[in-house]
Ligand binder design. Structure first.
Ligand code: NAD
Length: 385
C-alpha cells in the first residue's frame, strides 16, 4: 500500500491520577447524566468509586451498574441498557478491563436503538446496517493494560445466536487512561493482558491496512512490553512499569484500530469461546504460531520483532526468522507466567476443532498475505508449542 490514512479515533487523557478528571471530560462532551458500567472485581478494588466520585464532584449525575461479566455476554448488555433507559442517561462511562469497556460501548448503542441490535451484529459490523440513533457518548477508563478498547472502534460481544464473539461497532468519545488504576491488577491478569496488547501489536504489523504509522506504534508497544511486563510481574507496585504498560496497551490499540488484527484473533476468539479461556491467555499461546506463519510473507517485519525480543537467527530464510522469533515470544510468555495450552488441557484434537470456525471468520481474511485452510490447521497445531 503506498497511501494510507492515519488518525486517532478518540482523544485520550493519559497519566497518573487523570481518573480524577473524568467528570470534567464528561462535562466537556456536554453530558451530565452518566451510567457508570463496571464489574464486581473492579468495584472491589475501588477503581469504580474513584471515577464515581470524580463524576459526582463535577456535578454529573451517576447511576452505577456493576454487573458486567467476562467477555460481555449479550444478556448483560440488555440488562445495563434497560437501566440506562430507565435513568434517561446521556452518556456511558466504562471503568474496568476490556470486558467492561466493551459492555459500556455496546450499552451506548443498544440503549438508544433497542435490544434488536444484538441480533443483527454482523450487519452492523459489515456496514450493511447503520444505527437509527447515534450511540450515546462513551467515556472509557481502562483498569487493565491489554485491550486498548478505549481507542478502538468495536465492542467485542458474545453473541447468543451465533454462539461466538463478534464485534459491534461503537466509537468511544474519550479515553481516560490512568496507570494508577492498574496497580491492583493481580500478577496473572497482568501477564495475560500484557500479552493481549503484544498480540495486537504483532497482528497490526501484518494486517492488510498496516502502514508506517501503525507499524511505528506497534514496534514501540512491543519494546515497552518486553521491558515492562516482566518488571510489573516482579513488582506490581512498580508504577513506572505500570505506566509504560498502560501506554503500550493504548498505542497497540491505536495501531490495530488503524491497521487491524487477523488470523491470531480469529483463533484466540474461537478457542477462548469454546474452552472458556481468558482472552489474553489465548493471545499469548496463539501469537508465536502466527509469527512463525507470517514470517513467510513478512520476513523483515518478523525479523525486527524477533530482534526486539532477543531472538537469535541462524540464517535469513523466512522459515528460520519465523521459528526463532516465535521461540523468543513463546519463551517470553512462559517467563511472565502465562500457562501453555497443553498445561490447560488442550491437545491436537481440541485445537483442530475450531479449524472451520477460523477459516470462515471474516476477521482472519484481513491478513495481509495469503493462506489456506491447511495453514490454519498448522497454526492451530503450533499453538501447542
Ligand atoms: P476483563 O475485563 O475480562 O477482566 C479480567 C478480570 O480482571 C476481571 O475479574 C476484573 O474484575 C479484573 N480486573 C480488572 N481491572 C482490575 C484491577 N485494576 N484490579 C484488580 N482486578 C481487576 O479482562 P481484559 O483482558 O481486560 O479484557 C478482555 C476482554 O476484552 C475480552 O472479552 C476481549 O475479547 C475484549 N477485547 C476487546 C477489544 C476491543 O477492541 N474492543 C480488544 C481486545 C480485547
Amino acid at each position: 500500500m503506498n497511501y494510507y490514512p492515519y488518525f486517532q479515533l478518540a482523544p485520550v487523557l493519559f497519566g497518573r491520577g487523570v481518573a480524577g478528571q473524568t467528570g470534567e471530560v464528561v462535562k466537556k462532551l456536554g453530558c451530565g447524566n452518566a451510567l457508570l458500567v463496571t464489574d464486581p472485581g473492579v468495584a472491589a478494588v475501588g477503581a469504580a468509586e474513584t471515577v464515581r466520585a470524580a463524576l459526582a464532584a463535577a456535578g454529573v449525575a451517576v447511576t452505577v451498574w456493576d454487573q458486567a461479566q467476562m467477555d460481555c455476554p449479550e444478556q448483560t448488555v440488555r440488562d445495563a441498557a434497560a437501566v440506562a433507559r430507565a435513568q434517561k442517561v446521556d452518556c456511558v462511562v466504562g471503568v474496568g478491563g476490556g470486558s467492561v469497556l466493551d459492555t459500556a460501548k455496546a450499552v451506548a448503542a443498544v440503549s438508544v436503538n433497542g435490544d434488536g441490535v444484538l441480533g443483527e451484529m454482523p450487519l452492523y459490523l459489515t456496514g450493511q446496517k447503520q444505527y437509527a440513533v447515534p450511540p450515546l457518548d462513551v467515556i472509557e477508563v481502562p483498569t487493565t493494560s491489554g485491550t486498548g478498547s478505549e481507542s478502538t472502534f468495536v465492542a467485542v460481544v458474545t453473541s447468543d445466536a451465533l454462539d461466538c464473539k463478534i464485534g459491534l461497532p461503537v466509537h468511544p468519545a474519550y479515553g481516560v487512561v490512568d496507570p494508577l488504576l492498574t496497580r491492583t491488577v493481580p500478577q496473572d491478569i497482568t501477564a495475560y493482558t500484557g500479552m493481549d496488547a503484544f498480540s495486537h501489536a504483532n497482528e497490526a504489523l501484518t494486517e492488510q491496512k498496516a502502514s508506517r504509522h501503525s507499524d511505528l506504534l506497534a514496534y514501540e508497544a512491543i519494546r515497552l512490553i518486553r521491558d515492562d511486563l516482566p518488571a510489573a510481574i516482579a513488582d506490581g507496585s512498580n508504577m513506572e512499569a505500570r505506566e509504560n504498560l498502560a501506554f503500550a496497551s493504548n498505542i497497540a490499540g491505536i495501531s490495530f484500530n488503524e491497521s487491524g488484527t487477523h488470523i491470531g484473533h480469529s483463533i484466540a476468539h474461537a478457542l477462548g469461546h469454546v474452552y472458556h479461556l481468558p482472552h489474553g491467555v489465548c493471545c499469548a499461546n496463539v501469537t508465536p504460531a502466527v509469527i512463525a506463519f507470517t514470517a513467510r510473507a513478512y520476513p523483515e517485519k518478523m525479523r525486527k520483532l524477533g530482534e526486539l525480543m532477543g531472538a537469535v537467527f541462524s540464517s535469513d530464510a523466512p522459515a528460520e526468522i519465523g521459528r526463532a522469533a516465535a521461540k523468543a515470544v513463546r519463551e517470553f510468555a512462559v517467563r511472565v507466567g502465562v500457562p501453555t495450552f497443553r498445561q490447560l488441557g488442550l491437545d491436537e484434537e481440541k485445537v483442530l476443532a475450531v479449524r472451520d470456525a477460523v477459516w470462515n471468520d471474516a476477521l482472519a481474511h484481513a491478513y495481509g498475505g495469503s493462506f489456506t485452510p491447511e495453514d490454519v490447521e498448522q497454526m492451530l497445531l503450533d499453538t501447542l508449542g
